[in-house]
Structures are given as C-alpha cells and as structure tokens.
Ligand binder design. Structure first.
Ligand code: ADP
Ligand code: ADP
Length: 229
C-alpha cells in the first residue's frame, strides 16, 4: 500500500523579481507505515517538501496522490480537512498552550476529531502519563516536545510529519523524542517523515533521503532499522 505517490513536485517561490526554485521536480513513493528520515543542507527544500505533502502549501507544478487521491488542486476546505484528520504535525518549537497542562493541551486537539485516541493513552505512548498534570513551564524541552507528539498522534493520523523535532534539544533528550516517534510508528503503523540536521539519527529510518538543491540526490535503505538509543 502506498501512502504518497509524488511526481514532478515543483515549488518556485516568487518574491518581487526574485524566483527561488525550492523544489525542482521530485518523484517519490512512500509506503504506508514507512519511517523516512530526510537529511540535506539548509535551503535544500526539505521543509518545502513537507509543507506540500502536509497540505500547508500548494505546489507550482507536479502531483501528490495521498492514498490514491489527489491532494494537488484541492481547495482550502479540503486541505483543512486533510490536515485536521489525516496529518499530524510536529515542529521544532512545541507551541503548547502555557495555561493548559499536558493533558489539556492534548485534549484540545482530541476534541476536534471524530475518533480520537484516549488522551491518557496518547500521553502513555510518549512516556508522559505521570506528567499529565504538569504545565509546559514545569516540563523540560524534551518533555514538552513529547507532549507535542502526543498532541499530534491523539488524532490517530495516517501520517506524522516532523520538521526538525529535535532541533531545539540536546542529543540525549532528542533521542527520547525520536524513541517516542519510533514507538508510535511501530505500534500504530503511522507513516512517519522526519526532517533532521542530525545525520547520526538517520539509522532510525527505514529509508534516508538526502536532499540537495531542490532534489532528492541520494537515498539509502536501512535493512535492519536501528533503535535510536
Ligand atoms: P530546507 O528545509 O532544506 O532548509 P526550505 O524548503 O526551507 O529548505 O527552503 C528551500 C528554498 O526555498 C530556500 O532557498 C529558501 O530560502 C526558500 N524558501 C523557503 N520558504 C520560502 C518562502 N516562503 N518564500 C521564499 N523563499 C522561500
Ligand atoms: P484547524 O483545524 O484549526 O482549522 P488547520 O486546518 O489550520 O487548523 O491545521 C490543522 C493542523 O495542522 C493543526 O492540528 C496544526 O497542528 C497543523 N498546522 C497547520 N498549519 C500549521 C502551522 N503553520 N504551524 C504549525 N502547525 C500547523
């Protein structure tokens, strides 16, 4: 089963006279349940790619099929539904609501979908059930990011799209976040895509894609996936 079938994906940003070709025709198939790590220098198009397949932005050219259905050319209403029900997002910054505790931050998202996972189960999956009553200010950066992962997965998304999820963390806490993501991928079979700068975590992916200059320059398959820790 294929999660994403992507062909000729192109994105050109135009600012005044200046054109930036962020993606130059990417072709890629991503299997359901696959764990993908994306590496590559800053400016090589990784975030642009993730934003396009997450329905946060629209391509200049090319096609994205999600589970066989066109994502490209759909209106905002369709993309909002797609983001809300099918895609979970984790970014470098956690964006938790400071006045709500961990459980409430996760519950807020669980209330907007039809068939959420129980909030405590989502917190348990990231190893934070015991911290459910803590407010963001009482949690470490790594713990806050794991709350953000719980918030993304409580919707039971088909895909988890993670842009530099460990970018603000030291390597030891970063590993706990990655372990949580790997656990979700393994337990729920959620297709997971992780952008990172840290080449040492590439081993947690089934596949590593190296972006360069708006293209996928190289890919490697990990025969036996390594645990992050
Ligand atoms: P990466 O995630 O690999 O660092 P990006 O996808 O963020 O790369 O950026 C790819 C290129 O597109 C870069 O040259 C960047 O400056 C440019 N870019 C990204 N977003 C925008 C935007 N909103 N407007 C104009 N240029 C952008
Ligand atoms: P809503 O469901 O409130 O209409 P959206 O459709 O805009 O929200 O977004 C759906 C999901 O996508 C949200 O759960 C949110 O986490 C994520 N999301 C969308 N845009 C962004 C963004 N620019 N930064 C961070 N997360 C975003």
């Amino acid at each position: 089963k294929i999660a994403y079938q992507i062909s000729g994906l192109t994105k050109t940003y135009t600012t005044g006279e200046i054109e930036v070709r962020a993606l130059r025709g990417v072709d890629l198939a991503i299997r359901q349940g696959e764990m993908i790590v994306m590496l590559g220098p800053s400016g090589s198009g990784k975030s642009t790619f993730l934003n396009l397949i997450g329905g946060l932005d629209t391509p200049t050219d090319g096609q994205i099929l999600f589970e066989g259905k066109e994502l490209t050319g759909q209106d905002d209403r369709f993309l909002t539904q797609y983001r809300r029900h099918y895609a979970g997002f984790v970014f470098q910054f956690y964006n938790l609501i400071p006045s709500l505790n961990a459980r409430e931050n996760v519950a807020l998202v669980s209330e907007i979908v039809s068939d959420p996972m129980p909030v405590d189960e989502a917190l348990e999956m990231v190893g934070l059930k015991a911290r459910a009553d803590h407010f963001p200010s009482q949690l470490s950066g790594g713990e806050q990011q794991r709350v953000a992962v719980a918030r993304a997965l409580v919707k039971k998304p088909r895909v988890l799209l993670c842009d530099e999820p460990t970018g603000a963390l030291d390597s030891a806490t970063g590993i706990k976040v990655l372990d949580a993501l790997a656990g979700v991928n393994e337990t729920l079979g959620t297709t997971t895509i992780i952008i990172t700068h840290n080449a040492s975590i590439a081993a947690i992916g089934d596949r590593v894609l190296y972006f360069a200059d708006g293209r996928i320059a190289k890919e490697e398959r990990n025969e036996k996936r390594q645990p992050a820790s």
